[in-house]
Design a binder for this molecule. Structure first.
Ligand SMILES: Nc1ncnc2c1ncn2[C@@H]1O[C@H](COP(=O)(O)OP(=O)(O)O)[C@@H](O)[C@H]1O
Ligand SMILES: N[C@@H](CCC(=O)OP(=O)(O)O)C(=O)O
Length: 375
C-alpha cells in the first residue's frame, strides 16, 4: 500500500463515457469499487475530482459532440453534472459511502476568504467520512475565469487539501515519449524534473470531442503539484487500483518542491488578473528580490478596471509580468496615489491611504518565463 493518507484522484471524461456518448455506468462502478476499497480500512481519505459533466450532458440534450460555444457547453454541464453526481451517489451507496458535491470556480479559490471556506468544507466532509466529488462550476464560469481543465484544478485541490498524493487517471496508461497511438512510442516511467521531459512530444486530447487538454494539462498539473511537494502518478483508469496501492504503474512525477500550505499557489495558477500595475525598477527589485509589499511610490501606471480584493498582474516597465497579487484599492483610486509616499498620502487623504497597494502576504512572484495560467 502507498503510504499516502490523503489522496486526490482525478478522472477524465474520456474514462467515464461510452463510445456513443453519455455516462458509462460500468466504468463509474469500476472506479467507485476501487476507491471504496482503498478507503475501507479507515486510514485513507479520498477526494475525487471528476470531469464528465459536459460529456454526460451531450446525449440527453441531443448533442453529438462537445459544442464549441460556452453557452451550450454550460447547458450540457448543467444537465450532465446532475447525472454524474447521481451516478456516483448511487454507486458509492453500494459500499455505504456518502458523497458530497463540491463545485469550484477559479474566482472562489484565489480569494482568501473563499479559499479558506473551500478548505473547510472539504476537510469537514472528509472528517465526517464523506467522499467529496469535485468539479469546476462549469455552469457559471465565464471564459475569463474558467480553469477549463480539471487536471490543473486537481493539482490545486491536492494542494488545498494538503494531499500526500495526486493520481491522474486517463484513457492512456502514462506519459509517452510521443503520440501513444504511433508504433514505437514508449512510456516514460519516471519524471524527476524538466530534464526528463526534454524530447518528449506532449500532445493534445486523444478521443475527439471528449477530453479537453490532453497531456499538456496533465504535465502542467504534475508540475504544479510537484512544485508544492506532492508526487503525482499518471495512469489509466484501469490501473487505478495499482496506482492507489503503490504498485509501479504509469508515470511517476517526483515532487520538485517542498510542501507548503501557501494559498498563493492558487493566486499564481488559478486566478485571472483583472488589471495590471506597472512598477518602476526599484519597486520590481523590492517586490521580486526583497519580497516586500508594493507601495504607491513604486507604481508608474495602472491598467484595467478592478476593485479592491481582485487579482492583478505586476509588470515591469518593459511589460513583463513579474508577480501577481491581490490589490487593496479600486483601479480608479490608484492614479492619485502614483509615485507618492504613504506618509504623504496619509497626511493628505487620511489614514486609510497609508496601506500597501499589494501586501506581501497577498503577492506571489512569478518565475521568469513562467506562464501561470494556461488554456
Ligand atoms: N506524449 C503523450 N503521452 C500520452 N498521451 C498523449 C501524449 N500526447 C497526447 N496524448 C493524448 O492525451 C490523451 C489524454 O488526454 P485527454 O483526452 O484530455 O484525457 P482526459 O479526458 O483523461 O483528461 C490520450 O488519449 C492521448 O491520445
Ligand atoms: N468540468 C468539465 C471537465 C473539463 C476537463 O478537464 O475534462 P477532462 O480533460 O476530461 O478532464 C466537465 O466536467 O465536463
Amino acid at each position: 500500500m502507498t503510504g499516502a493518507r490523503r489522496i486526490v484522484v482525478k478522472i477524465g471524461s474520456s474514462s467515464l463515457t461510452t463510445a456513443a456518448g453519455g455516462l458509462d455506468a460500468d466504468r463509474v462502478d469500476a472506479l467507485v469499487d476501487v476507491l471504496a476499497g482503498v478507503r475501507s480500512g479507515g486510514e485513507k481519505e479520498i477526494v475525487l475530482v471528476s470531469s464528465g459533466a459536459i460529456a454526460a450532458g451531450l446525449a440527453p440534450l441531443g448533442l453529438i459532440r462537445r459544442p464549441k460555444d460556452l453557452a451550450r457547453q454550460q447547458a450540457a454541464a448543467s444537465v450532465g453534472q446532475g447525472l454524474l453526481v447521481a451516478r456516483y451517489t448511487a454507486s458509492f451507496a453500494r459500499h455505504g459511502v456518502r458523497v458530497g458535491q463540491v463545485l469550484l470556480t477559479s474566482d472562489d479559490t484565489s480569494r482568501r476568504a473563499h479559499y479558506r471556506n473551500a478548505y473547510r468544507t472539504l476537510d469537514q466532509l472528509l472528517d465526517m467520512g464523506a467522499l467529496p466529488v469535485v468539479n469546476e462550476n462549469d455552469t457559471v464560469a465565464t471564459d475569463e475565469i474558467r480553469f477549463g481543465d480539471n487536471d490543473r484544478l486537481a493539482a490545486l485541490v491536492a494542494h488545498l487539501v494538503r494531499a500526500d498524493l495526486l493520481v491522474l487517471l486517463s484513457d492512456v496508461d502514462g506519459l509517452y515519449d510521443g503520440d501513444p497511438r504511433t508504433p514505437g512510442a514508449t512510456r516514460v516511467a519516471e519524471v524527476q524534473g524538466p530534464q526528463d521531459l526534454e524530447g518528449v512530444s506532449i500532445g493534445s486530447a486523444g478521443k475527439a470531442g471528449v477530453g479537453t487538454g490532453g497531456m499538456v494539462t496533465k504535465v502542467e498539473a504534475a508540475r504544479i503539484a510537484g512544485a508544492a511537494g506532492i508526487p503525482v502518478v499518471l495512469t489509466s483508469a484501469s490501473h487505478a487500483a495499482d496506482a492507489l496501492s503503490g504498485r509501479d504503474t504509469g508515470t511517476y512525477f517526483h515532487p520538485t518542491g517542498r510542501r507548503s500550505a501557501d494559498r498563493l499557489l492558487w493566486l499564481a495558477h488559478a486566478s485571472t488578473p483583472r488589471g495590471a500595475l506597472v512598477l518602476d525598477d526599484g519597486a520590481v527589485r523590492a517586490v521580486v528580490d526583497r519580497r516586500t509589499s508594493l507601495l504607491p511610490a513604486g507604481i508608474s501606471a495602472v491598467e484595467g478596471e478592478f476593485t479592491a480584493g481582485d487579482p492583478v498582474e505586476l509588470r515591469d516597465l518593459s511589460g513583463r509580468a513579474v508577480a501577481r497579487g491581490l490589490v487593496n484599492f479600486d483601479a480608479k483610486e490608484i492614479p492619485q496615489l502614483l509615485g507618492r509616499s504613504t506618509r504623504e498620502l496619509a497626511r493628505e487623504l487620511g489614514p486609510a491611504y497609508e496601506r500597501e497597494v499589494v501586501h506581501r502576504d497577498d503577492l506571489v512572484v512569478l518565475a521568469p518565463g513562467l506562464t501561470p495560467r494556461i488554456g
